[in-house]
Design a protein around this ligand. Structure first.
Ligand code: PGA
Length: 240
């Protein structure tokens, strides 16, 4: 079970350090089978080995070791912190930052070459959702163009765009339908859900048979709340 906190553009270096200390302490005392990941802002990166129970990740990177890419960071910068975990394809990067599928595929290939763990995000906008499941499935599958889904360090996060940061999660039956469709195609790849996950709805989402975790924004910004979310995920017993 993966529980991942996406900080986006939140927290300072100082508050990220206190957050990670609190989280690592909690995980030290509370033995969990959850794979716990935190994606802070790049300016708040800390050495990954300071927090052995947490996997530190990058929300973004440029697919190069280093070079003339103003404003970006490459593998040289991630390696300095021992970061081996990345998000790729988040809708905020696809839509707001205008990343194309072609560029996303380049980032993916670079992350794979480096052996990094990847959470690859996909998700449909509201107008596609209005057209029903078949339209959603087609839209999501198109987001795998040039992506090697056989990569063994891949997890996929289904994040409907209209559910992100809105406080309105997708309906449980719709999440189930999409995750089951993805499961039938991508078999052993862990599947996460993201989009307004909170302490009220996580249990039901995680209990879905095809759900292997959650990617959480707002509700994970507070360390104590993220610890509660990890406990909820941990306590869900799945029938195998
Ligand atoms: P949210 O963000 O939990 O605030 O909706 C999720 C995400 O964007 O990954």
């Amino acid at each position: 079970m993966i529980t991942a906190a996406n900080f986006k553009v939140n927290h300072t270096r100082e508050s990220t350090a206190s957050y990670l200390e609190a989280l690592n302490l909690f995980l030290d005392a509370y033995s969990t089978h959850c794979d716990v990941r935190v994606y802070p802002a790049a300016s708040s990166f800390l050495k990954a080995d300071l927090y052995p129970h947490v996997k530190l990740g990058a929300q973004n990177f440029y697919p190069a070791v280093n070079g003339a890419y103003t404003g970006e960071i490459g593998s040289q910068q991630l390696n300095e912190f021992g970061i081996k975990n990345v998000l790729i394809g988040h809708s905020e990067r696809r839509v707001t930052l205008r990343e194309t599928q072609d560029f996303i595929a380049k980032k993916y290939a670079f992350a794979k070459e480096n052996g990094w763990e990847i959470i690859y995000c996909i998700g449909e906008p509201k107008d596609v959702r209005r057209n029903g499941f078949e339209a959603v499935a087609q839209y999501l599958l198109d987001e795998f163009e040039d992506i090697d889904t056989d990569y063994d360090k891949l997890s996929i996060a289904y994040e409907p765009i209209w559910a992100i940061g809105t406080g309105v999660s997708a309906e449980i039956k719709d999440i189930a339908e999409v995750l089951d469709m993805l499961k039938s195609r991508f078999k052993s790849t862990p599947l996460l859900y993201g989009g307004s996950v909170n302490t009220e709805n996580l249990r039901q989402i995680i209990s879905l048979k095809s759900c292997g975790g959650a990617l959480i924004g707002n509700a994970a910004l507070d360390a104590a709340n993220f610890c509660k979310l990890i406990q909820i995920a941990q306590n869900v017993q799945k029938e195998e």
